[in-house]
Write a protein that binds this ligand. Structure first.
Ligand code: GTR
Length: 333
């Protein structure tokens, strides 16, 4: 209950203030209940790793910090959730670097198609000095990136036919994540791109608002998109890292000791996520095949890679300061 100052004599207020201060000293520091955003369902590698992160943090801080993961994107779509973690309305999240581009321009480099030639190349870059540079850029926007998850390679899928060459994309409408680079990428291949929230894609594929989308095997499977879009073509055009990100305001409230605990838990979670990922790719592939999905290898991947020249040229023309970062990543094989 708030005390209305005008009704209480001054000396009582003084006594109350001193008593309050003494009570604060006597009580242990307030436990922090952290709320975390996760787009994936329970059981998904990222979800399991985040749950483990939450448990490790709770145990090792002896409850001083007690994170709770909200799965299935129930706290909002990814671009909104990024804003919420930036403002401290949410405390942590696992974010894909795709929708991060509009906020942290340097991370757009990670959305350039075929920038990484393998998942190992991506891990090598993100675990080293270059990954640190991205973390510094994220911090400028109030996001503390503590470790990097993988998300395999993304490929196009659709309701109509296999995609063997860029010509097969002609006239098809694909959902992409919220980033102009993906619109350009799809355009130069001859398709039409529609940025849309992940949670809306299933229905849009089902009703024919969309002809296709693009994602890795585990998301294609766990989202149920495979039930409605039966042609999965292994273009593997994007390999995008994801962060375990903490709100800067929540991070700064922690003691040095607790920061160390949280950082280590995020690193452990990434190690676990990467291990679980490989098994999940196999399992998801089996599930979609079983359901009658037609998977096709793309024999001439070079045709897709070569089409990306104008995307790179335009990007560098608009972001000349990021050209050296692109070069550093490509060199770090
Ligand atoms: C998944 C990724 C999510 C989300 C989703 C999407 O692979 O892990 O964070 O970005 O794709 O396509 O929106």
């Amino acid at each position: 209950m708030r005390i209305r100052k005008s009704l209480v004599p001054n000396r009582f207020l003084h006594v109350a203030a001193v008593a309050g201060a003494l009570m604060t000293l006597a009580l242990p520091a307030q436990a922090e209940d952290w709320r975390g955003w996760n787009i994936h369902p329970p059981g998904y590698p990222n979800s399991v790793a985040l749950e483990t992160f939450a448990k490790e943090v709770t145990e090792k801080t002896e409850g001083r910090v007690s994170p709770r993961v909200y799965n299935n994107g129930v706290l909002g779509a990814q671009p909104d959730a990024i804003m919420q973690v930036r403002s401290g309305a949410l405390d942590f999240a696992n974010f894909n670097m795709g929708p991060m581009g509009p906020i942290v321009p340097a991370t757009n480099v990670l959305s350039l198609p075929f920038i990484f030639n393998s998942v190992d190349h991506m891990y090598k870059v993100m675990d080293g000095e270059i990954g640190q540079r991205f973390a510094e850029e994220l911090e400028k926007k109030n996001l503390i990136a503590l470790s990097w998850f993988g998300s395999g390679a993304r490929s196009f899928y659709n309701t109509k036919h296999p995609i063997e060459t860029p010509e097969d994309m002609q006239g098809l409408k694909f959902r992409v994540m919220n980033n102009d680079i993906y619109v350009d990428m799809t355009d130069v291949l001859g398709g039409n791109a529609t940025p849309m929230a992940y949670g809306e894609v299933y229905q849009s594929l089902k009703t024919g608002v969309l002809d296709g989308a693009e994602n890795n095997y585990p998301s294609y499977e766990s989202s149920g998109h495979y039930e409605v879009a039966k042609y999965y073509s292994l273009t593997e055009h994007l390999i995008i890292p994801e962060c375990v990100c903490i709100a800067k305001s929540s991070w700064e409230e922690l003691s040095d000791k607790d920061q160390k605990i949280v950082r280590q838990a995020a690193i452990d979670a990434a190690e676990m996520q990467r291990k679980l990922w490989a098994d999940r790719v196999e399992a998801s592939r089996d599930i979609v095949l079983e359901a009658g999905v037609k998977i096709n290898e793309v024999d001439d991947k070079k045709a897709f890679q070569n089409s990306m020249k104008p995307v790179y040229e335009e990007f560098i023309a608009e972001n000349p300061d990021l050209e050296s970062l692109i070069n550093d990543i490509q060199k770090a094989k």
